[in-house]
Each structure stands twice: as structure tokens, then as C-alpha cells.
Design a protein around this ligand. Structure first.
Ligand SMILES: C[S@@+](CC[C@H](N)C(=O)[O-])C[C@H]1O[C@@H](n2cnc3c(N)ncnc32)[C@H](O)[C@@H]1O
Length: 243
């Protein structure tokens, strides 16, 4: 798990730094733990095979901690920030997909797909704060939409934003446990790590003629029936799989 690897890198780098500073603190640079700890952390991160995007996180983590400590903030602020992050990102530590929001362009492209599919129902697996489902519900008032979200704060915002929109049903649930059999379109914006599990779930549960639309991440073991590239963001693709 990447989070545990990252934590191990930081702790090992700290231990290495403290040992070096204690033994060789008189040598140039080695008396600058705030500089060498991040470098060790990056080195360890590469050795542990973490993705490249962890490098800036490892580089800035300890310096950021040091800067914040200089502010002498009261202890409850740390607890409040930690609680807020847990309530937003919820299962991310145990490997769930974190919150990223789709742009209005995704919702517009999905509208075209939904129109062509003549969809009567749609589910967003991990609906976030409703960036996709709310514009869709307004554009297709006849379509029944289900928005499943399990992180508490996104779910609260989603529920509040969907109040009064009669064709959206908001569920605080784990989407892996949610049956997909009744939906014409399943929308997902998740992560590469869960795509094979998603493919298997859709293969087992989707009815004939239903469509899986996966934003950004393709299924590894299936060729899409079509791929929609967004005009405004050419690198962003909607991968469509007909069942
Ligand atoms: C990348 S965001 C996508 C949000 C939204 N669909 C959009 O396109 O703007 C993924 C969302 O899935 C939620 N999520 C991750 N795993 C989940 C699970 N097992 N059950 C329900 N929601 C989940 C996260 O909390 C997050 O809000």
C-alpha cells in the first residue's frame, strides 16, 4: 500500500538523517537535516518502487512540517485539519479512490453519450459532490440517476446540492456492494488500480445493452466499444464499453 510505503520512507529517512547528523554533523550539509531527510526519503521512495508523483511529496513533507511548527499553532488545529481530511478522503488510506472532480466538459460529453444510448437510468460510482450527476439530472429530467458516495463530507455536500432534484437518488454506500443490474449507463471516474475489479463487477452484473463509461482510465482486459476524446482536454478520454 502506497501510504504505508510513503510513511516507511519518511520514518527510515528520519532515522538515517538523525544517525548521520549525530555521527558526522561537522561535515558540510550533514548538519542540515531539513535538506538531507527529504533527499533520503526520495531515494527510499524510488527504491520502494513508488510512482514518480511521490517525489515532490517526499521533498516538501518535512520542510512543510518544520514551517508549520514555526507558527506555534494550538494543538486542536492539527486535530481539526486531520479530521477534516479523513472525512473528505475517507477510505483513501486503505486504498480507495480519492476525491477528484470531473470538469463540466466531462458532464457535457457524457450527456451526448446518454442521449445516443437513450438511457433511462444512470449510476455514478463514487459521485463526489455531484459534478457529473447534477448537470445530467437537469439536462435529462426523465432519467433516473443514482449517486453513490461513501466519504462523509462529499456525501453531505452531494446530498445538500441534490436536495429538490427529484430524479437523483443519493446513497451513502460502498459502490462495490451496490447492484448494477438495473442501470442503462454506469459512470465511473476512479483509478487504474480498481479497473480490473470494476470490469469484473460490470461483467457479472450489467444487463445486455448497458454501457459502462469510464472517465480517463480504461479497463485493462477489454477493448472499448468507443472512446470519446474531449474537445477542450484532448488527453481526457471517456472509455465506453457496451455489454
Ligand atoms: C475521482 S472521484 C470522482 C467524483 C465524481 N464521480 C466526479 O466525476 O466528479 C471518486 C469518488 O469515489 C468515492 N469513492 C471511492 N471509493 C468508493 C466506494 N468504495 N464507494 C463509494 N464511493 C467511493 C470517493 O470518495 C470520491 O468521491
Amino acid at each position: 500500500m502506497q501510504f504505508l510505503k510513503a510513511l516507511s520512507c519518511q520514518i527510515l529517512a528520519l532515522v538515517l538523517t538523525i544517525t548521520l547528523v549525530t555521527l558526522k554533523g561537522d561535515v558540510l550539509f550533514l548538519n542540515l537535516p531539513i535538506v538531507i531527510q527529504p533527499l533520503f526519503a526520495v531515494l527510499l521512495s524510488r527504491l520502494f518502487g513508488q510512482p514518480l508523483w511521490w517525489i515532490p511529496i517526499h521533498l516538501f513533507f518535512l520542510p512543510a512540517v518544520w514551517v508549520v511548527l514555526q507558527l506555534n499553532l494550538p494543538a486542536w488545529i492539527y486535530l481539526a485539519c486531520f479530521s477534516l481530511l479523513v472525512l473528505i478522503f475517507w477510505g483513501t488510506v486503505k486504498g480507495d479512490v480519492p476525491l477528484f472532480l470531473s470538469s463540466p466538459a466531462v458532464s457535457r460529453a457524457l450527456s451526448d453519450i446518454v442521449r445516443r444510448q437513450r438511457a433511462e437510468s444512470l449510476i455514478d460510482l463514487g459521485a463526489g459532490i455531484g459534478s457529473v450527476v447534477i448537470p445530467l439530472a437537469n439536462r435529462f429530467p426523465q432519467m433516473s440517476i443514482t449517486a453513490v458516495e461513501q466519504a462523509p463530507i462529499p456525501w453531505l455536500i452531494l446530498s445538500w446540492r441534490c436536495r429538490g432534484i427529484v430524479n437523483i437518488k443519493v446513497c451513502r454506500d460502498n459502490f462495490w456492494d451496490y447492484p448494477l443490474g438495473n442501470f442503462s449507463v454506469v459512470f465511473a471516474f476512479l483509478s487504474p488500480k480498481v479497473m480490473s475489479r470494476l470490469g469484473e463487477k460490470c461483467r457479472n452484473e450489467l444487463g445486455e445493452g448497458s454501457l459502462l463509461v469510464s472517465s480517463t482510465f480504461p479497463l485493462q482486459d477489454r477493448i472499448p466499444s468507443s472512446v470519446v476524446s474531449l474537445k477542450s482536454k484532448k488527453h481526457l478520454k471517456l472509455h465506453c464499453y457496451k455489454y
